[in-house]
Design a protein around this ligand. Structure first.
Ligand SMILES: *Cc1c(COP(=O)(O)O)cnc(C)c1O
Length: 389
């Protein structure tokens, strides 16, 4: 083949005639997020709420790993108008996409940034008396009357005004003068355990506080809290996990629709012709006559190392165990029981999907589905179903 002269365009060369590179070939794993399913989950949750209650969308941690902006825009198209993020930076990034919605920042107010919250139109969820004081002074001084959300701690001992501080605030007639309307919220500790008496205790503590803010709106339930019944619904529910297809009722069938699929590409299949070990640390043994498929996913993708020798995958209709350690970039599957023609280089193994829900993966990894979702890494090729602009 003659070398192209530098001045000559390379048209007609093999490179330019090649078909476009496909992401499913060049990426290790394909993550598909079904925004239609997330939208349907939001409608299902809303349909469970008592009449008159609103349903928010919690999209912190990049929408539980699913893409906060895309998820929020899809939920907005369904009619969702209240969103929660954790970090102030998440709020700054999301709010421009949702000009007519309330974006509430659970981390609370950083007083030195009051100007920035106001300019962005963010709603800080005020977590302590100093934040209430700082935001009130700022809003009065600047003649703003934004809505306000006050977080009251009823048992988490993490964020929020103590019951005593909340009652002191309620006793101050002028306290919320700066705000157009107020919401008092709290957060449940064990809502996924309906029989745990802590739920009723938190509800009672919350009712005590809320009674002292008769004009404020009220919000208590996260995903699982919605399933504790209408007494927990108040004016606004704040589901996150269930939107993304996680089971808000552990131990019972999942009432939500699956929204996440993760497929990893098989990049090698090897016949094992003498007994040996597999992977780092020699933690697993395989005998002669076994077969190993190596897939292009690892802990650097957020595929947790605790799934070593414990996780599983599906290749077509075959369930296959992970053998050996999850390494940074690779996972090895024992495909000895799979007919060779059913597992070849270029095929994809399902790691999360129809056979294997987020909660199943979590159980095997010794964690919860929230961590599985929020670990979904940036190296996956992401495809979205049902995206809106
Ligand atoms: C994360 C969070 C939620 C959502 O909880 P899920 O269990 O994911 O539904 C609701 N409220 C607060 C305060 C949160 O931090």
């Amino acid at each position: 083949m003659a070398a192209a002269r530098p001045s000559e365009p390379a048209e007609g060369s093999a490179a330019s005639a090649a078909p476009a590179r496909r992401p499913e070939d060049s990426s290790g794993a394909l993550l598909t997020i079904d925004l239609d399913a997330i939208a349907e989950n939001w409608r299902r949750l809303r349909a469970r709420l008592r009449a008159g209650a609103q349903c928010a969308g919690v999209v912190k941690a990049d929408g539980y790993g699913c893409g906060a902006v895309k998820v929020a825009k899809r939920l907005h198209a369904e009619g969702c108008r209240v969103f929660f993020v954790a970090r102030t930076d998440e709020g700054f990034a999301l709010k421009p996409h949702l000009p007519d919605a309330e974006v509430c920042v659970l981390d609370g107010l950083v007083p030195s940034l009051a100007n920035d919250y106001a300019a962005a139109g963010l709603v800080p969820v005020l977590n302590d008396p100093a934040q209430v004081e700082a935001w009130t002074s700022y809003c009065v001084a600047n003649e703003l009357r934004p809505p306000v959300v006050i977080h009251v701690d009823t048992g988490m001992n993490r964020l929020g005004l103590s019951e005593a501080d909340a009652l002191a605030l309620a006793a101050d007639r002028d306290a919320l003068r700066a705000f157009s309307d107020a919401m008092v919220m709290s957060h449940l500790v064990v809502s996924e355990e309906p029989d745990n008496p802590i739920n009723a205790r938190q509800l009672a503590a919350y009712e005590r506080v809320r009674a002292r803010f008769p004009k404020a709106k009220a919000s208590l339930a996260n995903s699982s809290g919605i399933f504790l019944g209408p007494a927990y619904h108040f004016d606004l529910a704040r589901p996150g996990y269930a939107l993304y297809g996680g089971n808000p009722t552990p131990g019972k069938p999942n009432p939500m629709r699956r929204a996440v699929q993760l497929l990893a590409r098989v990049i090698a299949v090897r016949e094992v012709d003498k007994a040996g070990t597999v992977g780092y640390g020699a933690t697993a043994r395989i005998g002669a006559g076994g077969r190993i498929a190596t897939i292009a996913v690892g802990y650097a993708d957020g595929y947790l190392r605790s799934l070593s020798n414990r996780g599983e995958a599906w290749i077509g209709s075959h369930r296959v165990p992970i053998i050996g350690r999850v390494s940074m970039d690779l996972v090895t599957l024992d495909v000895s029981s799979v007919p060779p023609e059913a597992c070849q280089v270029g095929d994809h193994a399902e790691l999360i999907g129809a056979h294997l829900g987020v909660d199943d993966v979590a159980e095997r990894a010794g964690t919860n589905g929230y961590e599985i979702l929020t670990s979904l890494g940036p190296r996956y090729h992401r495809a979205y179903l049902g995206e809106v602009d």
